[in-house]
Design a protein around this ligand. Structure first.
Ligand code: UD1
Length: 441
């Protein structure tokens, strides 16, 4: 069935009071059941969102394949529809066509997610102007957009605030520039790639983020006729083009979803095959799980994680920009750490408030502490089911992972934020043998 998204439909669908996400219901998990089976890892949310922004640059039809049903994807399609494009879901494919006619991003969806800022550069390239509200997203620390703005300034953009709206204009069009990022921001790298693809002349971006989703965006742009070289390394060169076509494209697999199911298996015990995602994309997570007592078998495009014995602490681990341990995986590893027989700590060097899930772990009986950016877990706590609230996307998933190992029933509320990044999380886990139900109160 085809489904066209409008901002109104989406806003009603997921976001209620208290950031409440009322239709999603609570997850009720009865812990203590090992997992067994196979999960097909879908396209990465963090790739699909920038690719949807990139469709604004394309004069032809774009089809993205293997895209999971996520609320952030719906929000992004709502942004496209509101500027005049057609964006439809046809089963696992998203079809986007038409040209942007408005430079104003719909405030509802734009305010809900961080990735809305990525839609500005393509609007600047096509219409010379973009207006938006400040992007929202998970409350995991300060999330400024200064690097996006500074880079765009070098390419001919003026930006200013008018009330709560950010207005960006490119009166003389976008031109190529030499830009060095002070920090390898994923979002800023994506913004500048998007701007450079249709800018006049060459852009050289130094200090770029090297995440696989950047290389994926560049591969997509190149398939549409752009000339981007070096994406995935810290120096990216872009020769601006006058026009990009459309294409049919399968985005890279979701390494964070794969890491999540790997952590779920580590916490619950059992054996899970993670199919369709190269293990190299989340190598640090798999290595840490091995250190903690899991067995990992790696194929080219799949991994099998199993744990039948005890879990040991991981010692001290740190996140980092890719190829380091992904910040998004840190709460999920923390959930495994609270199940271990010896101590561990994980420090997130990217965001200041990554471990909003610690409160939920503590309510479940874990002995945990958050000091600054560091989360630590001590042995001796016994996890017992209780009522907890998902603090954010990855923190919410982490509470579900810990609940798989807890004695008795855990109720996780505010699961709408989990739906931002996981399609049918409860059904996937249930298909692996977890006892998890969705209850609408
Ligand atoms: C993206 C991912 C998110 C992931 C993060 C880091 C998407 C939709 N989201 O977020 O899941 O956790 O990368 O891998 O892809 N910063 C600035 N100024 C800026 C931009 C960023 O100071 O203009 C700082 C941020 O405050 C943060 C750090 O840079 O401390 C990393 O942010 P960034 O890499 O930009 O993350 P996002 O693109 O927001």
């Amino acid at each position: 069935m085809n489904r066209q998204i409008s901002p109104a439909v989406h806003t009603m669908g997921y976001h209620g009071q208290n950031g409440g996400l009322f239709m999603a219901g609570d997850f009720v998990i009865t812990g203590g059941h090992p997992l067994e089976g196979r999960v097909q890892i879908p396209a990465a949310k963090n790739s699909v969102l920038p690719l949807l922004a990139a469709t604004l640059l394309c004069s032809g039809r774009v089809v993205l394949q293997g895209v999971p049903e996520l609320s952030d994807v719906d929000q992004s399609m709502a942004l496209l529809c509101a500027v005049g494009c057609r964006a439809q879901r046809q089963g696992r494919e998203l079809v986007v066509e038409g040209q942007p006619r408005s430079c104003v991003l719909a405030a509802g969806p734009a305010a809900q997610m961080r990735a809305s800022i990525l839609f500005c550069a393509p609007l600047l390239a096509r219409l010379g102007r973009a207006e938006t509200v400040l992007p929202g997203g998970c409350d995991i620390g300060a999330r400024p957009i200064d690097l996006h703005r500074k880079g765009l300034e070098k390419m001919g953009v003026h930006s200013f605030f008018a009330g709560d709206r950010l207005v960006l204009t490119a009166p003389g069009g976008l031109h190529g520039a030499q830009i060095t990022l002070d920090f390898p921001s994923v979002g800023a790298t994506e913004t500048l790639l998007l701007a450079a693809a249709l800018a006049q002349g060459e852009t050289v971006l130094r200090g770029a983020a090297r995440e696989p989703e950047i290389a994926d965006l560049a591969a997509f742009l190149n398939r549409c006729g752009a000339v981007v070289q070096g994406a995935g390394s810290s120096t990216v060169r872009v020769q601006g083009r006058r026009l990009l076509t459309g294409c049919r494209y399968t985005p890279v697999a979701d390494r964070i979803a794969a890491a999540t199911f790997a952590c779920a298996c580590a916490a619950a015990g059992g054996r899970v095959e993670l199919a369709g995602c190269a293990p190299a994309l989340y190598a640090p997570v798999l290595e840490i799980l091995e250190q903690m007592g899991c067995r990992v078998q790696r194929g080219q495009d799949a991994a099998e994680v199993s744990r039948y014995g005890k879990l040991w602490g991981a010692g001290k681990v740190f996140t980092g920009a890719y190829p380091g341990l992904a910040t998004d995986a840190a709460p999920l590893l923390a959930a495994v750490m609270v199940c271990a027989q010896s101590g561990s700590s994980v420090e997130d060097v990217i965001f200041e408030r990554r471990f909003g899930c610690a409160e939920g772990f503590a309510a479940m009986g874990a002995r945990v502490r958050v000091r600054g950016r560091q989360f630590s877990a001590q042995p001796g706590g016994v996890l017992r089911g209780t009522e907890v609230t998902a603090p954010d996307l990855r923190g919410g998933a982490a509470l579900v992972v810990a609940a798989l190992a807890a004695k008795g029933k855990t109720r996780v509320s505010r699961t709408g934020c989990i739906h931002r990044g996981y399609a049918e999380f409860d059904r996937e886990l249930a298909s692996l043998g977890a006892q998890i139900e969705r209850e609408i109160r």
